[in-house]
Design a binder for this molecule. Structure first.
Ligand code: NAD
Length: 489
């Protein structure tokens, strides 16, 4: 039984610096998305607190020699950490679900075990990938040595707090860096417990610090801090641009940017069973109520099956019901807050005013829970100029565009701004491969939607969806810098 009462969850009090919880900065309200009630206050770090956390991390990194330890030893510590995450799964899942949009069933069966596995994956990378000896002149030896950067600044979005933290902290720590993580001010709690468990597992106190606070103050101060040598950011494209600008002007630091998306679900008439397809499409745009970077928010469907597929999609979403995230029976997520709710509704209304039609949904659920729950919404009659097609909405909204010829479908699927993920549904291998090659997206799924637990597959966007990769060997390697050495003898 996973049900719990939100009042029974003990929340970590503030920042986590030097292996201890710390206060500092005025308080920010944190609300529960499910019912809108006040969950707790969290400190809002000033630039001074950020400086304390980063300086502490730098000192701990140097004094502990974390970056010089045998890689297998770092791997052992990370594996112990992953085991602790598993043994504290219930507690972490409750911390995640009490203040985020993730229903407890998903936090417990997905977020927490996936985070533990992600840490294990990077623990395995620690002693597998490194430098190289390279061919040079006969009387010299060319070496490429790898070394950690030092202190990595990581900034995470509000959705999927534990997964996002594991994507960033796993590779940074495995590669021998220290890390200062700023979770979102909307979902700040679970990552503090996550860091406490890392220290309990043997990550030296101070090598993993967490600071709480708003992006414009704490986030920006973190990026600009002179001791931060690399920045790993996940969030919206707009904020990513600000982070990149700050990083360029304050030390020219490398940045990994995992940003927004507007992912197409490209469905050909030969895609197969329509019930299976409808299920995939629905899960693609309603998972976490569409508040996922890879949300499959644009259906591009071939005319022959369009009407039938839409009927099935509408029938499936008709059974969706709002629920509290702390009840095991809940499947459908609330929107994170009022601001996001107004943004989703405004995008839908704007598109309706411009001539789109709501095939289903198009407004909020009526209910007594207190949170903002938006009906899964399917918009037809849209064009590329409409807000719902142009911009990432981050809500359960699917736009539908119908095509006749293969080329037309591919042209519609390619988004001018975003290129995070795309999926193609067809039984024709040649067509699938043509589309895969052609789509300008960092990830292409064929006859499926969504990631698996194969952490070896990197994730990251093209165009406005980002720079660099999380996950995979690429994420590990991006947490190392490469030194070229030439020895004459
Ligand atoms: P956001 O950009 O508003 O905030 C992200 C983080 O950046 C937060 O911690 C915030 O406090 C911080 N921040 C804000 N301003 C900052 C600044 N000037 N300097 C430094 N940090 C700053 O995004 P959000 O609403 O929290 O998250 C949703 C967005 O994240 C969506 O666009 C979604 O697509 C994206 N996202 C992308 C991925 C991916 O892997 N590509 C994964 C999850 C979410």
């Amino acid at each position: 039984m996973l049900d719990f009462e939100p009042e029974d969850v003990a929340l970590p009090p503030g920042h986590f610096i030097g292996g201890k919880s710390a206060q500092g900065g005025p308080s920010l309200e944190v609300r529960r998305p499910s019912d809108g009630k006040l969950l707790a206050f969290v400190p809002d770090a000033s630039a001074e607190i950020v400086d304390e956390a980063v300086s502490n991390a730098q000192q701990a990194w140097q004094e502990s020699g974390w970056g010089h330890r045998p890689p297998r030893e770092r791997g052992r510590v990370l594996r112990r950490w992953a085991d602790l995450i598993d043994t504290h799964a219930g507690e972490l899942a409750r911390l995640e679900s009490v203040g985020s949009t993730r229903p407890i069933r998903d936090s417990f069966s997905h977020e927490v075990p996936f985070s533990a596995e992600c840490i294990r994956f990077f623990a395995e990378c620690a002693d597998k990938f490194g430098g190289d000896a390279v061919p040079t002149r006969r009387d010299s030896l060319g070496l490429i040595l790898t070394e950690p950067y030092g202190v990595v600044g990581a900034i995470a979005p509000w959705n999927f707090p534990l997964s996002m933290a594991s994507w960033k902290c796993g590779p940074a720590l495995a590669a021998g860096n220290a890390i200062v993580l700023k979770p979102s001010e909307l979902t700040p709690f679970s990552t503090v417990r996550f860091a406490e468990l890392a220290v309990q597992a043997g990550v030296p106190a101070g090598v993993f610090n967490v600071i709480q606070g708003r992006g414009a103050v704490a986030g920006s101060a973190l990026v600009k801090h002179p001791l931060i040598r690399k920045v790993s950011f996940t969030g919206s494209t707009l904020t990513g641009a600000a982070v990149m600008t700050d990083a360029a002007h304050h030390g020219m630091k490398p940045v990994t940017l995992e940003l927004g998306g507007k992912s197409p679900q490209l469905v050909y008439a030969d895609a197969g069973d329509l019930d299976t397809l409808a299920d995939r499409v629905v899960r693609g745009f309603t998972s976490n109520a569409g508040q996922a970077c890879v949300s499959g928010s644009r259906l591009i469907v071939q005319r022959g099956i369009a009407e039938q597929l839409l009927e099935k999609i509408a029938a499936m979403v008709a059974s969706v019901r709002p629920g509290l995230t702390w009840r095991e029976a809940t499947r459908y997520a609330p929107l994170i807050n009022e601001r996001q709710a107004m943004k989703v509704d405004a995008a839908v209304r704007d598109s309706l005013a411009c001539g789109a039609a709501a095939y289903c949904g198009g407004g909020f659920f009526e209910h007594e829970l207190g949170g903002y729950f938006y009906r899964p919404t399917v918009l037809t009659g849209v064009d590329d100029g409409m807000l719902a097609v142009r911009e990432e909405i981050f809500g359960p909204v699917l736009t539908v565009q119908v095509f006749d010829e293969e080329e037309q479908g591919l042209a519609l699927a390619d988004h001018p701004t975003y290129g995070l993920a795309a999926c193609v549904h067809t039984q024709d291998l040649g067509r699938a491969m043509r589309a895969t090659r052609r789509l300008a997206a960092g990830t292409v799924w064929v006859n499926r939607f969504g990631r698996t637990g194969d952490f070896i597959i990197p994730t990251g966007g093209f165009k406005g969806s980002g720079i660099g990769k999380d996950l995979g060997r690429q994420a590990f390697e991006s947490n190392l810098r490469y030194k070229s050495v030439l020895i004459d003898f």
